[in-house]
Design a protein around this ligand. Structure first.
Ligand code: SF4
Length: 228
């Protein structure tokens, strides 16, 4: 979207019908489940507008009900795949709680990828994990303690020399901003931004940050191997 998407607020729906960009089968490319086969549910719309974001989450007109979403997941999911990733856009912008409950009841592991700014009363479940990639100075205080791992998108031009995490705004290029910092002891991934022409320098910066501060380097494996 490259900073062109409309900023959309959180919707107060009953979650029985969602605006979905796409559902697809791939390998999870980032974070704790990197390398594992997964069905991705990409919800549409986002409440932020990151200037480097290259994901299409606005072009869909598909608004399936939950039975259609789960049927689509089942049609794409090989028997060996029990990981369902709900991503966006910003998935917490819509009421995804009923969808999560259905997926958990079927025995799947469910991973939510969120920017952390929005709160939903998510179920407590051992098979539900939350990965937060902060894009703002603050995130939902209710969500913080539920987050299993943090992931930071690294641009070599915006690195805090103290902690090796981003020091620049995600919403406006070339503006300083201290993005939310995780609590002590949190699991932290650093992921180089796939910015046009800057990937090599960003990989170098993320690698140095991981080595110096003990973070985990997370490359976008799915892109390297040419999967969506
Ligand atoms: S929060 Fe994520 S999906 Fe939304 S604009 Fe930023 S990078 Fe893109």
């Amino acid at each position: 979207m490259f900073g062109k998407n409309p900023v959309r607020t959180q919707e107060a729906g009953d979650g029985q019908r969602l605006w979905i960009q796409e559902v697809f089968y791939t390998l999870q490319g980032e974070g704790p489940f990197s390398g594992q086969p997964a069905v991705f549910i990409r919800t549409a719309g986002c409440n932020l507008r990151c200037f480097w974001c290259d994901t299409d989450f606005e072009s869909s007109e598909w608004r399936p009900d939950l039975s259609e979403i789960t049927a689509t997941v089942e049609s794409l999911r090989p028997a060996h795949c029990d990981l369902i990733v709900i991503t966006g856009g910003e998935p917490m912008r819509q009421n995804i709680v009923p969808l999560i409950r259905i997926l958990l009841s079927k025995g799947y592991r469910v991973q939510i990828e969120t920017n952390g700014t929005l709160w939903l009363d998510l179920p407590e479940h051992e098979n539900l994990s939350i990965i937060c990639s902060p894009k703002t100075p603050t995130i939902s205080s209710d969500l913080v303690e539920r987050i299993d791992a943090f992931k930071y998108v690294v641009l070599h031009t915006n690195m805090d020399s103290e902690d090796g995490l981003p020091s620049g705004s995600t919403q406006l290029a070339d503006r300083p901003s201290r993005l939310f910092r995780p609590p002590d002891g949190a699991t932290i991934y650093v992921s180089p931004c796939d910015e046009r022409g800057q990937l090599e320098a960003n990989i170098k910066a993320a690698t140095e940050s991981a080595l110096k501060h003990g973070y985990r380097l997370s490359l976008q494996t799915h892109k390297i191997i040419g999967l969506p």
